[in-house]
Design a protein around this ligand. Structure first.
Ligand SMILES: Nc1ncnc2c1ncn2[C@@H]1O[C@H](COP(=O)(O)OP(=O)(O)OP(=O)(O)O)[C@@H](O)[C@H]1O
Length: 258
């Protein structure tokens, strides 16, 4: 392998996951390229969370594999410093303060606890940090989840529906955050149902439908191909067409926003 190639972000190779008779993921192959923001979209139950859980070793694939920078998660040295994830913002002990939660996770991961305070400030939670998380709104918990994901200052972030519950100011904050992460050269995989928000922050889009890839392309090329709309094409138009025409597969991996 050439040494001047950037390290891969996330790689999914023929990934299949069955829960009994339910096929959550069906032979899924795609790459999340480094240094870009990739949106993972699909209807409820299409397999997005399952895919992310497999990356972190929280679920085992029935077949195929998911790799982080070319390695299985379980083989990563200091995993918090390699990939940060937000899968379920509500999975926090409600009796803990946000600060205690974050400092505890930092200590458990061998990260200086002082970073927890810096991150609470970064995600706009300094004022609430010493209050119990049980009294926090969903949007506040999402911000805390982002802080957890950033604890190890990882080059790869994987965020499952991080915009749920954010108020308009929170949306603006989140947009800025994702742009910063990309400007810092980080790799971001982000799932959401909020197409308009994704249109403003994603470089690439992977559409998953019934556990299979329906599109994997740069957002600009996806929009450029959408010619059947009366007004300017939107990601929502592309998405709706794809999930109502599951046999269609769009790939244009070369298209990444500069
Ligand atoms: N632990 C489990 N046991 C059984 N079935 C499961 C389990 N986890 C997920 N599934 C099923 O796998 C499929 C994919 O679910 P998944 O949660 O990955 O979808 P999703 O795309 O994240 O959905 P949403 O957009 O609603 O969050 C669904 O049919 C779901 O019911």
């Amino acid at each position: 392998m050439r040494s001047d190639l950037p390290p891969p972000g996330l790689t999914f190779e023929a990934l299949t996951k069955r829960f009994g008779t339910v096929v959550a993921l069906d032979d899924v192959t795609f790459t999340v390229p480094p240094g870009a923001v990739t949106a993972l979209v699909g209807p409820n139950g299409s397999g997005k969370t399952t895919l992310m859980r497999i990356v972190l070793g929280l679920a085992s694939p029935t077949a195929g594999r998911a790799l982080v920078a070319g390695q299985h998660y379980r083989h990563l040295h200091n995993p918090l410093t390699r990939i940060g994830a937000l899968l379920d913002a509500t999975a926090v002990d409600p009796g803990l303060t946000g600060r205690t939660h974050l400092r505890w996770l930092a200590a458990a991961g061998g990260i200086p606890t002082g970073r927890a305070d810096a991150l609470l400030e970064y995600v706009g939670l300094s004022a609430a940090a010493r209050r119990r998380v049980g009294g926090w709104s969903l949007g506040m918990k999402q911000r805390l989840g982002v802080a957890v994901a950033l604890l190890g200052d990882p080059p790869i972030l994987m965020l499952d529906e991080p915009m749920n519950g954010l108020d308009p100011e929170g949306m603006v904050w989140f947009r800025g955050l994702v742009r910063n992460l990309r400007d810092e050269g980080r790799t971001v995989l982000l799932s959401s149902h909020l197409m308009r928000e994704l249109e403003g922050i994603a470089d690439r889009v992977v559409v998953i439908h019934h556990g299979r890839i329906a599109a994997d392309a740069g957002i600009d090329s996806l929009l450029a191909e959408e010619v059947d709309t009366s007004g300017p094409p939107s990601l929502e138009d592309v998405y709706l067409r794809l999930v109502t025409s599951p046999e269609q597969v769009v790939t244009a991996p070369e298209q990444v926003r500069p």
